[in-house]
Design a protein. Structure first.
Length: 310
């Protein structure tokens, strides 16, 4: 009875134990605060001693670091920790918080605005590797576009050719391929005429202009005709194809053994081209029915237009 009375009820004992524990924890915290500074100073002093430095140096120069690294790799510690961080989303949140911090943005701005970054970018962009890659990419893209246009025009040639529609393949170019080539050549002639007209206007402005105005218009028209005639005649005589025909992969062949056009044939074909265009391009209608897809210029000059890969 006396012992039970001394121990007291369970609630009282719990309260007393809690008070004693709280006092102990509080005392430990107070002691930790009081001794924190001296303990840190003592630890720093201990680590700064030559004996400790020599011991750490021997430890790090021995096989322990390598063995520790091998253990980390063998047990995939880094991989497991990274997977856990990724799965829990902690890694993503840490990266987002780091990138969104003002310090990161300020550092990135300083790096981008630095002279070293500008010089590095200039060296990289001006390097032969980048230029070669850009040139190769541009050339391949242009080749793909031109190839697609050629294939589409060749297919349209077969559809428009009423006489040869059932034929699986023919070496003679149709009106679609030749029409696209003619458009390209017309653009080249317009560009050349603009350059010549600009130069003539500059000279006329220096000398006070060409009077009367009808004379200036006549001279400009004559220059345009001369450029067009010279363009087609020279290219057909020298190369057998204009730049537009080269782009579309077609060329003009003569009935001669070597297939090259004479100067007279090239000039006759140029005149025939003008005559075929003037009546609303009706001079190209025979190419829809002719077995060799010849139009009016081909009949006049004794030529035919074929695909380069024929």
């Amino acid at each position: 009875m006396g012992a039970a009375a001394d121990k007291g009820p369970p609630d009282e004992r719990s309260a007393v134990a809690g008070a004693i524990g709280g006092a102990a924890v509080y005392s430990a915290r107070v002691a930790a605060r009081v001794w924190r500074g001296p303990l840190e100073a003592a630890a720093e002093e201990l680590l700064a001693t030559p004996e400790v430095k020599r011991a750490l140096d021997r430890t790090l120069s021995g096989p322990l670091p390598e063995e520790l690294g091998q253990l980390l790799v063998r047990h995939r510690v880094v991989e497991r920790v990274t997977r856990e961080l990724v799965t829990s989303g902690e890694l993503e949140r840490a990266v987002e918080a780091t990138l969104a911090s003002p310090q990161s943005k300020e550092m990135l701005d300083r790096v981008l605005a630095s002279d070293a970054m500008k010089q590095a970018l200039e060296r990289v962009l001006a390097g032969p590797e980048v230029r070669s890659a850009l040139a190769s990419h541009t050339a391949s893209f242009a080749d793909e576009v031109v190839g697609d246009v050629r294939r589409a025009a060749t297919g349209l040639d077969a559809e428009l050719s009423l006489r040869m529609r059932r034929s699986a393949h023919t070496q003679f170019a149709g009106v679609a391929s030749r029409g696209v080539a003619l458009v390209v050549d017309a653009l080249a002639i317009v560009l050349g005429t603009a350059v010549v007209g600009g130069a003539a206007s500059l000279v006329a402005a220096v000398v006070g202009g060409v009077k009367p105005e009808w004379l200036a218009q006549t001279l400009l028209s004559a220059a345009t005709i001369a450029i067009a005639v010279g363009y087609f005649t020279l290219f057909w005589k020298a190369a057998g194809q204009t730049p537009g025909m080269a782009l579309m992969g077609v060329r003009v062949l003569s009935s001669r053994a070597d297939g090259r056009l004479t100067g007279w044939q090239a000039l006759c074909r140029t005149v025939g081209l003008a005559l075929a265009i003037v009546p609303c391009f009706l001079g190209f209608v025979p190419a829809l029915f002719d077995r060799r897809r010849r139009a009016l210029p081909d009949y006049l000059a004794g030529t035919e237009v074929v695909y380069d890969d024929a």
